[in-house]
Design a protein around this ligand. Structure first.
Ligand SMILES: C[S@@+](CC[C@H](N)C(=O)[O-])C[C@H]1O[C@@H](n2cnc3c(N)ncnc32)[C@H](O)[C@@H]1O
Ligand code: SF4
Length: 387
């Protein structure tokens, strides 16, 4: 595969990562439909205290099936991984090292809510091999956080970031959400500016998605909150891009900005290049060698399967060539490194001239790279390239 040089560049070899899902949160934010549970929702058969051992049993099982293979990125996501004691997260990482082996220079990330860390918990994580932390900040504005039903006090965010730096985290990322009902342009500017003041190495900014089945979607349906129109949301994307760029953070994927190439999230880059990864935990998805599969969703069912010596896998599929090709175009078009034109069909290549003429993309070294207006219309560009 012809790929631009980067931290995970390989010739004829796929990079390999592990995702560890930690399905616990203190409260569920109204807008979130991730596979996560509060203590009340968890029910019988799955506890936080037992989780590390259950996940380790899946890692041991996966290693026995697949053999050793050096792991280049590990990502603990959720849920809220930092709801578990740091020592448990480190034990899971140690098991990954024992079973598969961590590559030299491995990137090890955990997601964290700002109010779920202490100087001690961060020091334990850092000493145990974690070197990247991604804080879910979302907004700096109290009424926006209230609409999102986020529980953290924004005043505590700089302190959590300072503790992470003092603990020695080399890479620090901040997640933001824009387009929350009631969020003004000035609110969003304040959130981005306060995020920049934290001097992060990396920022992810996502437009709020109304996920069906969530408490937030019910509020939207009942008219209790009103989603902003697409133009306003696009203006917020542009404002974020301008502010982040002026602060020295460049986009490298539609929703992701980094200080430089070394600050990119290598784990996400691995997903976007359709490399190989194993997903550990309830509901986790894996993608290895053209196969995709996923685990049973509920933590209790997951724990029961493993305790009985059974696979936690629920179902899977082979990714056929047309699907892999379509996914490659969808994912690589979103990257600053761009889409290799040779990936396009003759009909797709015929569309490139029109896309460039409309200033939605440029072509450099036979790669199609979206302009800022093109980034706002990325889905339409992809449709034009594949239809
Ligand atoms: C699932 S969370 C896990 C990390 C941590 N619990 C947190 O909330 O920051 C990862 C990211 O997904 C974002 N997210 C979840 N639901 C979303 C939605 N409906 N629209 C946009 N972003 C969403 C979160 O806000 C967070 O930044
Ligand atoms: S957004 Fe994060 S903290 Fe909120 S419910 Fe989802 S996973 Fe938990």
């Amino acid at each position: 595969m012809n790929r631009p040089e980067g931290p995970l560049s390989r010739t004829g070899e796929r990079a390999f990562g592990l995702y560890v899902h930690v399905p616990f949160c203190t409260v569920r934010c109204g807008y979130c439909d991730f596979n996560t549970y509060t203590s009340d929702e968890l029910g019988e058969g799955a506890t936080r205290a037992a989780y590390a051992d259950t996940a380790i049993s899946e890692i041991v099982r996966a290693g026995a099936e697949r053999g050793r293979r050096p792991v280049e990125t590990v990502f603990f996501g959720g849920g809220t991984p930092t709801q578990l004691p740091s020592a448990d997260l480190v034990r899971i990482l140690d098991a990954i090292d024992d079973v598969f082996g961590l590559a030299d220079g491995v990137e090890v990330t955990t997601e964290a809510n700002p109010d779920s860390v202490t100087p001690e918990s961060l020091a334990t994580l850092r000493a145990g091999g974690f070197n990247r932390i991604s804080f879910g900040v979302q907004s700096a504005v109290p009424h926006v956080l209230a609409t999102l039903e986020r529980t953290h006090d924004p005043a505590g965010v700089p302190q959590a970031v300072r503790w992470a730096r003092e603990a020695g985290f080399e890479q620090l990322s901040v997640d933001l959400i824009y387009g929350t009902p009631g969020e003004s342009m000035a609110d969003w500017r304040a959130s981005v500016e306060q995020a920049i003041a934290l001097e992060p190495d990396h920022v992810s900014a996502y437009a709020l998605i109304v996920e069906q089945g969530t408490a937030f979607a019910r509020k939207v349906r009942r008219g209790e909150v009103v989603m902003p129109d697409d133009d306003e949301t696009a203006d917020k994307y542009v404002l974020a891009d301008e502010l982040l760029m002026s602060a020295g953070l460049g986009w490298y994927e539609l929703s992701n900005w980094a200080r430089d190439e070394t600050a990119q999230c290598r784990h996400n880059v691995l997903y976007w290049h359709s490399d190989d990864w194993l997903g550990i935990g309830p509901g986790a998805h894996s993608h290895v060698g053209g196969q995709r599969w996923w685990n049973v969703k509920h933590p209790a069912a997951y724990a029961q399967r493993l305790a009985a010596g059974d696979s936690p896998r629920q179902d899977g599929e082979s990714i056929d060539d047309p699907t892999a090709h379509l996914e490659r175009i969808m994912l690589e078009t979103r990257l600053r490194s761009g889409l290799d034109l040779s990936a396009l069909s003759p009909a797709g290549r015929d569309e490139v001239g029109d896309i460039v003429r409309r200033e939605l993309a440029t072509v450099h070294d036979d790669r199609l790279v979206l302009t800022r207006p093109g980034r706002l219309l990325a889905d339409a560009v992809v449709r034009q390239l594949v239809d």
